[in-house]
Structure formats: C-alpha cells, structure tokens
Design a protein around this ligand. Structure first.
Ligand code: NOJ
Length: 758
C-alpha cells in the first residue's frame, strides 16, 4: 500500500508542470548557451535590432548587414523572394542565425476584416477566432512569422485616432478578444507552420493619453491601472503572447520605454513574462525629447536597463551598446539576457531547424494579391456581424429589394476607405464598396442610383492632411451646391435614400487625433438637403471612432454603424440593409452625446452624490448643459426582432469556494430569427474602496427563431469578485453583490447575492 502511495506521489509530482523538466527546455538551453558562447558582443546586439528596408537603408544595405550578423529581425517587407534572399544571407552570417519577419497584421492580412473596434462589436468569440486564424494563415503563407498585434489598449477617449485599432472601453471584452487573438494566431506551438507570433501592444496605457492627443502622456492611479487598463495586456500574456510592444507615451511621468517599474518589476517579475520586449518605432531616440536622456547613447543605456530587448528600426543599439558594455555602464549579462529572449523565440519557432519555413524564393509576386487567395466568405461573415443597428424607426429596415434606392455620399463607393487603417497588405481594388454590394444584392441593379453628394470636408487643411503621403482621399473640385443638387435629384427619383458619411480611413489612424467629433459641415449640409426631400433616410456611418451624431440621429429614419468593414464590407452592408443578415452587433465603446462628456464610459466609479432628478439634479454629479448619459451606451445595438430577457440566480449566498449560476431566459418576441448578446454585469455594493457602478463579467450570444425561447447560463466564480483593495491586494471582500443581466450596459434588472466570509 505504502509503495503504491509513493508511486502515485512521485507520478503526481513529475506530471505537475512546475516540476516537470521538459527535455526540450534542456536541449534549448544547451543550444542557446552554446550559441551565445560563440557570439561576439556585436553579434549579440545584432539580434536586438529590428530593421525595415526604406529611405537610405536600401535592400542591398540591409542584406549586407544581415550577413554581417547585425540584424535579428526584419519588418515591413512582405515580398517572399526578398524575404528568401534575406534568410539566405542570414545563413551566411558568422553564426548562421536566421532572421524573423514581422508586419502589422492588425485586422487581417491580404483579406482585410473590419477594424478592431468593429471586430469587438461582434461580441462573438468565434468571430475573433476566425479573424485571428485567417490572418495567421495568410501571413504565414506569405513567409511572415511575427505580427505587431493584438492592440489591446483600453480606449475611452474617442478623440484619439487609434481607438479604431483597439477593442474598445471595457477590460473584459478587450481581454477576451486579445486572449483569442493570441491563442488562435500563435496556436498550440510556435513551431506549427501556421503559427504567427503575437506582440501585444502598446504596453502600457497608450489608450489613456491625456486629452486624447496622440503621443501625449498618461497619468493614472495604480489601482485604476491594475483594475482596468493593465488587465487586457495581462490576459494576452497569460494566453502566451511571446512578444510585447512598449507604448510611446510616458506612464506616471516616466516614458514607458524607460520605465523599469513597468517593464521589469511588473512585466517580468510580477507577471513572469519571458518573451521579447520590443520598443516602438523611434521610441529610444524619443527619450531625449521626453527629457529623460541627454543624448542617444544615454537613451540606449536607459532603455536596455529598463527592460527593452529589441529596438524597432534601430538607429543606436549597434552604435552604442558595445561601447556601453566596454565602459562598464551596462553589464554584458543584460545584453546576454535580451539576446537569449530573441534566440529562444527563434528556437521555439523552429527557425534554426527550418529557416526557410513558408518561404518560396520563386514565388510569383504578381499572384501574391490574387483574388483567389482571399478569404471572402469569412470576411463577409465577420463584417456583417460587426454592423450595429442604432435606429430603425417604423421598421424602415430591412429594405425591399424591389425599391428604388439612392446611394449617396463620399464614402459610398470608396474602395480605399472601407479597408480602414493598418491594412498594408490589403488591396483596395479587391474591396467591395457599399454601392457595389447593394448592386450585387438585387436582381435589377438599375434600381440603384448613386451620387457623390459632398466632399468629406470643406477644409483644405484636412484634404492636405489626408493626402500628405500620396493620394489617399478624393476631393471633388465641383462647387458644393452642385454636388448636393445632384444628390437631391437622385433622392427625389428614389423610394429610399442611404447616405454614407463619417471619416476617411486616414482620420482614424495613428496620429489622427481630433477635438471635434461632429460630422464635417459638408456632410451635415448634404444630410439636411436629403432630409428635406422627405424620402426615408438611412444614415450609414463609416468611421473608426465614436462620433457625436445626435443631430443626425434625430434626422435619420434608420441609422447603422458600419465602421471600416474591410474587403467584403459592401456585401456585408447589403446583407444587413436587405435583411439577409439580422444585425446583432453591440457597441464596444460609448458614443458621447457631446465632446464635453469625454471620457464617458459605463463602468465609472460610484460617487458621493449620484445623479438625481430632483431639483434639476442640482448638487448631484451632473452637467447643467448636458445629460450624463452618452448618446449610445456601451453594449447597445438593435435587431430587426425584439427580445425579452429575465434571469435568476441559483443561490443568494456564496462561500469563497462556491459558485452561483445565473440563468437568463431569453425570448424572441418578434417575427424574425435573430441573435441577442446577453450581457452579465456585476456591482460590488460595499467595499474598502469605491467600486464601479457596473462591470462586465461575461457575455453569451443566443440565436432564436420567431417566438422561440432559450436559456443562457453563466457561472459566477470567486475570482470574478476580486479587486485591488485599499492596500493594493487583489482580494474579494465578503458582502453584497448585485448582478445585472440585459441587452446593454444600461440594464437595471438586478438580483442580489451575498459573499460569505467562509
Ligand atoms: C508604430 C506604431 O505605434 C505601432 O503600433 C506599429 O506596430 C509600429 N509603428 C510598426 O509599424
């Protein structure tokens, strides 16, 4: 008996991951130790350099540097024959260390999916998975092996252009999207030929830039960081993301690139991250501008000491790191450690065994962007799941396919804009615009007429801004009234008008902050004129951030948020307009009533003077000239059918090792099949610190036929009740909790339970 027990004990200990010694790990260590022992300091530094061909740095120069062992990774090249040449030259470098190839694969690769804010609007884990899988599949078959994604910065300030790249305002939703992107892109093993290494970014708090102004600084309490803003990065790292990209901003006074607390104390020591930390483009040099480094050499010293491994588009590592080691300003151990992170990544990717993985030197680049290499079915499916129905008066939608439709607006037929930002490998000529999609959907395309209607803006500066680096946005030189008259004439001849307004893709990008979130005056005039025709008016917004569209909301009979939907965007819009798909998306970010409310988000803290209605709300937290509530709340989105939701809890008391089941009964009370995203929110009633009025802890989608009833279940576990308390410990405190379940974040339906002491 005793023998048996000993056997089971030994078996248990060695099958436990903590104790198990993976033979692969030992092999890897020996291999890398051996390699490091042969490398010069210059070669080690070479591994920390990530280089992009461009400007003075021609392909030939880069090839020479690779062969000299001065480059560890390449980014921004997607042409396989070039990648092959680079790899061949790397194999001629002193220690034959292969290079890796990175690119911004943010919302698709050759097939472009909706921008990430749109992907988040699906609230659909299968959609997140599909985007990630297709992206990894396409990118790896083009020879790439690293992406600078997912971007999981929490964004609550729509003035910031990069809200378009993230998954919105909520830590849980962004964490789910980030986690799934990492799992599905990297796969079980990095050695899988289809595995694409993820780089979660931008660590940290880039989305909280003051006043929404690009590259500005961020300042935040540690509690808010750990409770909300750091959560999605941690989720992506826990999911195994092997790289992290560092934010360009300063965090509580110290630039992230120089922030030892962030990069070493938190990321490495608390979170046990053992992958590669990459600086953002130019970030090391910018430490001088931030005022924390005297010169480039000082910046290099500070960055490497803080915890940066790899310098993106390196200018100074090679120049100064060997010198800094010689002078004793930094230890060689630091370089060894950073280099080890890179070599381990390459080892795990299997690059030492198969450096030419996915590379075909004879690949015909003419066929690279061929239509039959696209995943159109997947793109259309995700795109239509991203479209949010914001208004549908008198059930104007879905449209009858036999009606005459006037399709109007500067974005109705723009192939470039519909792809959105960060779509470098996408091809506009392969994109389907809304005009084309609408024509595709109906038997008689002659029922569709089209007019440009108005330029995106009257502002010549915006025209210049958008076209600074080559023609990207079209501006029609005709007089504005002529363009409007043409649109009005088309509208008058039609049964219904669909106008596509919003932003050019270049307005919702890196470096595109704005202070005014209204539609441009030119677009407003167009809408007013179309409204005056008396024809039913559908406003389809195409934009990369929440806009302030109260006036248009009032003018519209129906309103859709279509984001930038990607390659299949136009067909997806048509699917929704004609009811071939019943919209189910929900907003991942609150749409402010006016810019003065920003930041406006659903999970704000309770206050001492909650907003009341008595005496005009005086002496309660409120504005005298604006409501507190956003125009559209987080989680909001309509359907062509109606649903009711009621729910119950399995228990009203929970012990620390217990669970509570939440059972939501959902009924489709309308006449069409449709999907509802049931949202689960929690409120900690009393705690040692003020807690949010509500926090999303789960969501599940259910599809029901007309008048069908169904159930969605959700389990509340102890860990979900934890928060950072008054002593900055992550704990759950006994007491009352309210559970809210509903179709958006304003739901007031609640049930209460008590968390017991033990
Ligand atoms: C700068 C951007 O901030 C980052 O998100 C991107 O990955 C790099 N450039 C590389 O393109």
């Amino acid at each position: 008996m005793l023998k048996k027990l000993v056997f089971f004990f030994v078996f248990f200990i060695f099958s436990c991951p903590l104790f198990a010694q993976n033979p692969n790990d030992e092999e890897k260590k020996v291999f890398i130790d051996n390699l490091l022992s042969k490398m010069t300091i210059k070669e080690k530094v070479g591994q920390l350099r990530l280089i992009s061909v461009g400007g003075d740095l021609t392909l030939d120069k880069v090839l020479d540097q690779i062969e000299a062992g001065e480059i560890g990774g390449i980014f921004n090249t997607v042409v396989e024959p070039d990648l092959s040449r680079m790899q061949e030259r790397a194999l001629r470098s002193p220690n034959q260390i292969p290079v890796y190839f990175g690119f911004d694969i943010v919302h698709g690769h050759r097939t472009v999916f909706p921008i990430n804010l749109g992907i988040a609007a699906t609230w659909d884990r299968n959609a997140f998975a599909k985007v990630a899988e297709v992206s990894a599949d396409e990118a790896t078959s083009d020879g790439l092996n690293v992406t600078w994604a997912p971007m999981v910065d929490i964004t609550r300030d729509p003035r910031w252009g990069r809200v378009s790249e993230g998954f919105g305002e909520d830590p849980y939703l962004a964490s789910e999207a980030g986690r799934i992107f990492v799992e599905k892109m990297q796969k079980q093993s990095l050695a899988d030929k289809k595995s694409l290494v993820t780089t979660v970014k931008h660590f940290a708090l880039y989305g909280a830039v003051e006043a929404g102004r690009e590259y500005n600084s961020t300042d935040m309490s540690e509690r808010k960081m750990f409770q909300e803003y750091l959560v999605p990065y941690k989720a992506a790292i826990d999911a195994g993301s092997r790289a992290v990209m560092v934010a360009l901003v300063s965090v509580n006074g110290i630039p992230a690139t120089a922030n030892h607390w962030l990069l070493t104390d938190v990321l490495r020591n608390q979170w046990h991250f053992d992958g590669v930390v990459v600086s953002d483009h130019g970030a090391i040099r910018e430490l001088i501008n931030h005022g924390v480094a005297q010169d480039a050499k000082d910046a290099v010293r500070i960055a490497i000491k803080a915890g940066i491994d790899v310098s993106m588009n390196d200018e100074y590592f090679l120049q100064f790191l060997p010198e800094l080691v010689d002078e004793g300003a930094i230890s060689e151990d630091l370089i060894n450690q950073a280099c080890r992170h890179v070599l381990e990544l390459k080892y795990d990717m299997g690059l030492f065994k198969n450096p030419h993985r996915n590379l075909d030197p004879n690949f015909d680049i003419e066929t690279m962007f061929a239509n039959d290499r696209l995943h159109r079915t997947e793109a259309r499916d995700v795109a239509r799941r991203s479209i949010v129905l914001l208004k549908n008066e008198n059930n104007l939608l879905p449209l009858d396919k036999n009606k005459k439709i006037a399709v109007i607006g500067p974005l109705a037929d723009s192939k470039r804009d519909i792809l959105g930002s960060w779509s470098g490998a996408g091809r506009a000529n392969l994109a389907v615009t809304p005009l084309q999609g609408i024509k595709n959907a109906i038997a008689n395309p002659k029922l569709v007429s089209y007019a440009w209607g108005a330029n995106l803006s009257d502002d010549p500066n915006l025209d210049k801004f958008l076209n600074l680096y080559g023609e990207s946005s079209k501006f029609d030189k005709r007089p504005a009234n002529k363009m409007i008259a043409e649109a009005v004439a088309q509208a008058k001849k039609s049964d219904v008008v669909v106008v596509f307004v919003g932003e050019a893709q270049g307005m919702a990008h890196e470096s595109s902050s704005r202070t005014d979130l209204d539609l441009q005056a030119s677009q407003k005039r167009l809408i007013k004129a179309l409204k005056a025709t008396g024809k039913p008016l559908i406003i389809a917004l195409m934009n990369g951030r929440p806009l302030t569209v109260k006036e248009e909301y009032q003018q519209a009979d129906a309103m859709l948020e279509t984001w930038f939907l990607g390659t299949e965007g136009g067909n997806a819009v048509a699917d929704v307009l004609f009811g071939d798909y019943n919209p189910s998306a929900k907003l991942p970010m609150s749409f402010p009533d006016n810019v003065g409310q920003i930041p406006v988000y659903y999970s704000h803290l309770k206050t001492g003077r909650p907003h009341g209605t008595v005496n005009m709300g005086k002496y309660t937290t409120s504005y005298f000239d604006s409501p507190n509530e956003p125009l559209f709340p987080f989680g909001f989105g309509l359907s062509y059918t109606d649903f009711t939701i009621d729910f119950s809890l399995s228990k009203t008391e929970m012990s620390p090792n217990g669970e509570i089941e939440v059972i939501a009964n959902v009924e489709n009370t309308g006449e069409r099949e449709g999907a509802q995203v049931v949202q689960f929110y929690l409120q900690d009633v009393t705690a040692s610190v003020s807690r949010p009025v509500k926090e999303l802890i789960g969501f599940e989608s259910i599809t029901l036929k007309p008048h069908e009833k169904g159930q969605v279940k959700f389990v509340i576990k102890y860990d979900m009740l934890k928060f950072w308390n008054d002593k900055m410990q992550y704990v759950a405190e006994p007491g009352k909790f309210n559970v809210f379940v509903g179709a958006d974040s304003t739901t007031k339906d609640k049930q209460t339970f008590t968390l017991l002491d033990n």
